[in-house]
Write a protein that binds this ligand. Structure first.
Ligand SMILES: [Zn+2]
Length: 267
């Protein structure tokens, strides 16, 4: 299994990353992607990924951190790190009142413009999207960016079926968190059935969103991905082992071969 989205630079994991990754490996999580939220965090995240063989990183500005210092040259430098497998997370968040929508939009536009420029220079990466109560606004922006739609994943999808249709029509992948395990999330489980199997991903979003049965505890950890996989298999009436294999394949296709499970080699 791969935890495609966690935040291991957060203080919750300070001094514990080795232990947290070992606990995840123990339940079958062979790789994790630690997602960054600011320029400074992108540099920290790539550095952390450099210390752990099966930890990967992203580089980007989260919309809720749009008011933090940002340096695109430093962001590009983080993106050039060999363990950096994606840009983001980037997007729009209308659930929280700050940073103001205009500032979120300004940072989003700049970020997409830089990603396009870096791609023209040969630095091409998939993009992790944070979209909360903003599908009708954000999907057309992503479509107009000129970036191929299949290069986006909507992380922590919690929208309705209309939102889902927009994201799927763009060509994007859809990633589910522990929210899928919450008893009240019937609509979300119904939406999870509608995603083509080759465009599904799962993630913990650690340290947030601990799934059932550890809901409410913090920090959430990559090892809890097993509960999310089980909930997704149940929602889709799928065989868990086959689904896990497909989810791994999807993440490897999307984020790159480096994410492939290490194979046992004979001495
Ligand atoms: Zn996140």
């Amino acid at each position: 299994m791969i935890d495609t989205h966690c935040h291991l630079t957060f203080p919750d994991f300070s001094g514990r990353v080795t232990e947290v990754l070992a606990a995840a490996a123990h339940v079958g999580v062979h790789s994790c992607i630690s997602i960054s939220t600011t320029t400074a965090d992108a540099l920290r995240t790539t550095e952390l990924a450099g210390l752990h063989a099966r930890l990967f990183a992203s580089a980007g500005v989260h919309p809720l951190y749009a008011d933090k210092p940002c340096d695109w040259a430093e962001m590009r430098r983080a993106g050039e790190h060999p363990k950096c497998v994606a840009w983001g997370e980037l997007g729009l968040d209308n659930h929280h009142e700050t940073p103001l929508p205009a500032l979120q939009r300004e940072v989003l536009d700049a970020q997409l413009a830089h990603i396009c420029a870096w791609a023209r220079e040969g630095l091409v990466k998939p993009i992790v999207v944070h979209c909360r109560k903003a599908f009708a606004q954000l999907v057309p922006i992503l479509a107009a960016s000129g970036i191929p739609g299949n290069r986006f994943v909507f992380h922590c999808f919690t929208g309705d079926t209309t939102d889902l249709r927009m994201a799927l029509d763009l060509g994007a992948s859809i990633s589910f968190t522990g929210v899928l395990t919450f008893p009240g999330a019937r609509e979300l489980r119904a939406a999870a059935q509608l995603v083509p199997v080759d465009r599904l991903m799962i993630e913990t979003d650690s340290p947030f969103l601990s799934p059932q049965p550890v809901r409410g505890s913090r920090p959430n950890e990559p090892k809890h991905i097993v509960y999310i996989a089980a909930a997704l298999a149940l929602a889709r009436r799928a065989n868990l082992a086959a689904l896990n294999e497909q989810l791994d394949m999807n993440a490897v296709r999307f984020f790159g071969e480096a994410l492939r499970a290490p194979t046992m080699t004979n001495p």
